[in-house]
Design a protein around this ligand. Structure first.
Ligand SMILES: [Zn+2]
Length: 651
C-alpha cells in the first residue's frame, strides 16, 4: 500500500517545531486546489533552524559548479549556477553562505541581479538574498553566482605535500556535514532541501579530482597550461552536505565491478587489501534492505588529518586511514558508511535535531551487515562496545541531550553529534526488533527505505510511518514499544535490554584479574583475542570510579605497556584506549607514544578526548597539551581544531 506523507504531516511538523510563521510553504498557499494537489505530493522540504533558506518561497533544485582549485592561494573560484523554482510572484531567493567572497550574481542571460548578504552568525554564516523579477506559475530559472572561497573555508582542508602520505603533492578535501557546505557552495544548505548537482573542476594536471558523484571524464580534459578539467554529475537529489570533493595525487584499485578504493598511490595496495570485504558488504546490504541506488560504491582513504572515521558521501565514502589496521578488524566502519547509502543518503534527517534518524538507523544496519558477514558473536561484541560507550555518554551529558529528538535552538548542530544519536538510536531500533520479531521488523524497515527514498525525514514523520505500517493500531504493541519515551525522554526507557556478549565474560574476568586483583599482565591472554576483545579489556574501569583518582600503579602500567607491546601497537582504536588509561594516570613513559599518535592523525574521535583528558590532569597534562597542540594543530582539519580549541585554547 502506498501512503504518502503530505500536507497534514508537514503542518503537524510546523507545530512540532515551534511553528515558524513561514513553515513549509505548502500550507501557506491560499489556492484551495493547489493545497489539495500539494496534499498528495511528497514532503519536499522542511524548514530548518540551521539554514537561512525560505524554500516555501523559492527553492534550489540543481547546482552546477564550475570551479578552479588554486593550491597557491588555497581557494576554489568560479561560478555556481542554481536552477530554482518559486511560488508565483516570488521575487527573491535566500541562500546560505559563510565566509565566501561573492563577486556578482547574474541571470541566465548574463544580466546582473541585485543581491545582499545579511549579518554574520558564527555558526550559520550569512543569508545571501538574490532579487529578480517576479516568478510566473510553473517557471524555473537559473541564477549564476561568481565567487571564491577563502583559504580558511571551514569545509575545505588544504594540505601541504608534507601532510600527505606521498609527500610530493598537495591535497585538498571537503567535509560538508553538518553546515559547512555553505563555506564552499552558495546554496540552500539544509538537509531537507535536496538538490541534484553537477560540476566541472579545474585542477593542476598532476593531480586528480574525485567527487561524490558519477565521474564523466576518466582521465580529465585539457584546460589550459598545466591544468586539467574533471566533470561529474549527481542525478539523484541529495542534501547539500553530501556534495564532496577531493583533489590530490590519488589512484584507484578495483575490488569488484562496482566497488573499489581510491587513495594516495603509496597506500593503495594496503588499503585495498584491508577493504576487500566491501564488495560482499554491498551484496549483504542489498539482501537486507533493498537495492543499492547509487551505482558505484567506492571508498576514498584520505590523508591522516581527515577529522572523521568516515563520511558517507554518495558513491564515494571518505574514510580515515586509521581504519587500516592490517587485519580488517576495523571494517565495521565501512559497513557503517555503506549503510548510510540507505539511512542518511536515501532517507535523510530533515533537520539536525533529527540526526538520530541518520545515525541510529545506520548503527543498527551496520551491525546487521557485520552479523551477516562475520557472525552473531562479533555483532554482539560490537553492540556491547557501543553500549559501553553510550553508558559513559549518558553519564556525562545533561539529561536533555540524551533524548533522541534534540533541541538545538541557538546551538551548533555538531552538539548533536554524540553517542546518543548513534547508540541510543540503534538501541531503540533493536528494542523494536526484539518486540515485534526480526522478520516483521525487516519488512517494515525495507518498506520505510522504499516509501521515503530521496526524501527528508523528521522524527514525527518516522513515528507516523511506523505507527501506520508496523504498529497498525495494535494498542498493546504501542504501549510495549514505548516509542515516545525513547524519543522524547532522557536516558534509557524501561524496556531496554542491554546486549550480552558471552565472548566478553572471560575478557572481563581477565580485566578484573589484572586491574583489580593486581595479577601480572602475563596472565592476560592478549594474543588470542580479537580487536573487539582487546578493546573491551582496555575499556575496563573500576565500578563507581570517579574523577581522576588513580587505580593503577606505575609498575602495573609499565607491565601492561611492555607485556602487550603497546608502544608498537598499530591499531588506532587500541592505541587510543591505552593512551586514555596512560594519561589518566599521568604515566610519563607513554608520552612519546601520545605525541606520535596526536601528531600523525587528526581524527576528532581520538584527538578531542585525549586533549580533554590531558587538560583534566592539571599542570602535568597541560604542560604536555599546550606545546603538543601548537605542534599538531596545523595538521588538523578545522572540524577537529574547532573542538580542541574550546578545550586547550587556540595556540
Ligand atoms: Zn554515520
Amino acid at each position: 500500500m502506498i501512503r504518502r506523507l503530505g500536507l497534514i504531516s508537514t503542518l503537524a511538523l510546523a507545530t512540532a517545531l515551534g511553528g515558524c510563521a513561514a513553515m513549509p510553504g505548502l500550507g501557506s498557499r491560499s489556492d484551495t486546489a493547489a493545497v489539495s494537489a500539494a496534499a498528495l505530493a511528497p514532503v519536499d522540504y522542511v524548514r530548518d533552524i540551521h539554514s537561512f533558506a525560505r524554500p516555501e518561497i523559492a527553492r534550489v533544485r540543481h547546482v552546477a559548479l564550475d570551479l578552479t582549485a588554486d593550491f597557491a592561494t588555497k581557494t576554489l573560484s568560479g561560478t555556481a549556477a542554481l536552477d530554482i523554482t518559486a511560488e508565483p510572484g516570488a521575487d527573491e531567493i535566500v541562500l546560505d553562505v559563510r565566509n565566501l567572497d561573492i563577486q556578482d550574481v547574474r541571470d541566465a542571460a548574463g544580466a546582473p541581479l541585485q543581491y545582499e548578504t545579511g549579518s554574520v552568525d558564527p555558526i550559520l554564516g550569512q543569508p545571501l538574498t538574490v532579487r529578480f523579477p517576479a516568478f510566473a506559475p510553473g517557471e524555473q530559472r537559473r541564477i549564476v553566482i561568481r565567487y571564491a572561497t577563502r583559504p580558511d573555508a571551514a569545509a575545505l582542508q588544504w594540505l601541504t605535500p608534507a601532510q600527505t602520505a606521498g609527500g610530493r603533492q598537495p591535497y585538498m578535501f571537503s567535509q560538508g556535514q553538518a553546515v559547512l557546505t555553505r563555506t564552499w557552495v552558495p546554496t540552500q544548505d539544509s538537509p531537507g532541501i535536496r538538490q541534484t548537482w553537477d560540476a566541472r573542476i579545474v585542477a593542476p594536471s598532476d593531480l586528480k579530482v574525485v567527487m561524490s558523484a558519477e565521474g564523466l571524464t576518466a582521465s580529465g580534459e585539457p584546460a589550459g597550461p598545466g591544468m586539467t578539467a574533471w566533470r561529474f554529475r549527481m542525478t539523484n537529489p541529495v542534501p547539500p552536505y553530501l556534495i564532496a570533493i577531493a583533489v590530490g595525487d590519488v589512484a584507484f584499485a578495483a575490488i569488484d565491478e562496482r566497488t573499489g578504493v581510491w587513495s594516495e598511490p603509496s597506500m593503495l595496495a594496503g588499503a585495498r587489501a584491508e577493504l576487500v570485504s566491501t564488495a560482499q558488504m554491498v551484496d549483504v546490504a542489498e539482501r537486507l534492505y533493498g537495492p543499492y541506488r547509487w551505482g558505484r560504491y567506492d571508498i576514498l582513504v584520505l590523508p591522516p588529518s581527515f577529522p572523521f572515521g568516515g563520511m558517507e558521501n554518495p558513491r564515494l565514502t571518505f574514510a580515515t586511514p586509521t581504519i587500516i589496521a592490517g587485519d580488517q578488524s576495523l571494517v565495521s566502519l565501512v559497513a557503517h558508511e555503506l549503510a548510510h547509502s540507505w539511512s542518511g543518503n536515501l532517507v535523510t534527517n530533515a533537520t539536525w535535531a533529527d540526526f538520530w534518524l541518520n545515525e541510529g538507523f545506520t548503527v543498527y544496519f551496520e551491525n546487521r551487515i557485520m552479523e551477516a558477514l562475520y557472525g552473531q558473536e562479533r555483532a554482539l561484541m560490537l553492540q556491547s562496545l557501543g553500549w559501553g560507550d553510550l553508558q559513559s555518554t549518558l553519564a556525562d551529558l545533561p539529561p536533555a541531550d540524551t533524548r533522541l529528538k534534540l533541541d538545538l535552538t541557538g546551538r551548533d548542530p555538531d552538539d548533536g553529534l554524540t553517542d546518543v544519536a548513534y547508540e541510543k538510536g540503534a538501541a531503540f531500533l533493536r528494542t523494536i526488533e526484539r518486540t515485534v520479531g526480526r522478520e516483521r521488523f525487516d519488512v517494515w524497515l525495507k518498506g520505510y527505505f522504499e516509501r521515503n527514498a530521496f526524501r527528508p525525514m523528521t522524527t514525527e514523520l518516522f513515528l507516523e510511518d511506523i505507527r501506520t505500517d508496523l504498529v497498525a493500531g495494535d494498542a498493546a504493541l504501542e504501549s510495549q514499544l514505548m516509542m515516545d519515551a525513547w524519543i522524547y525522554q532522557p536516558g534509557m526507557p524501561s524496556n531496554w535490554q542491554p546486549p550480552v556478549s558471552n565472548a566478553f565474560v572471560p575478557v572481563d574476568a581477565a580485566a578484573r584479574g589484572f586491574f583489580a586483583d593486581k595479577r601480572p599482565a602475563s596472565t592476560i591472554p592478549w594474543a588470542g583475542w580479537s580487536t573487539q576483545e582487546r578493546q573491551r579489556f582496555l575499556a575496563w574501569r573500576p565500578e563507581g570510579r570517579t574523577g581522576t583518582a588513580d587505580w593503577l600503579t606505575d609498575a602495573q602500567l609499565a607491565d601492561l605497556e611492555a607485556t602487550l607491546n603497546l608502544r608498537q601497537e598499530g591499531n588506532a582504536e587500541l592505541v587510543f584506549a591505552w593512551l586514555q588509561i596512560a594519561v589518566q594516570h599521568r604515566f610519563q613513559p607513554a608520552v612519546p607514544t601520545l605525541e606520535h599518535f596526536l601528531t600523525t592523525m587528526g581524527r576528532r574521535k581520538f584527538v578531542l578526548p585525549l586533549f580533554t583528558s590531558l587538560w583534566a590532569e592539571g599542570d602535568w597534562g597541560r604542560s604536555i597539551a599546550t606545546p603538543l597542540y601548537a605542534r599538531a594543530r596545523p595538521g588538523y582539519h578545522p572540524v577537529t581544531t574547532g573542538s580542541v580549541d574550546a578545550v586547550v585554547g587556540r595556540p
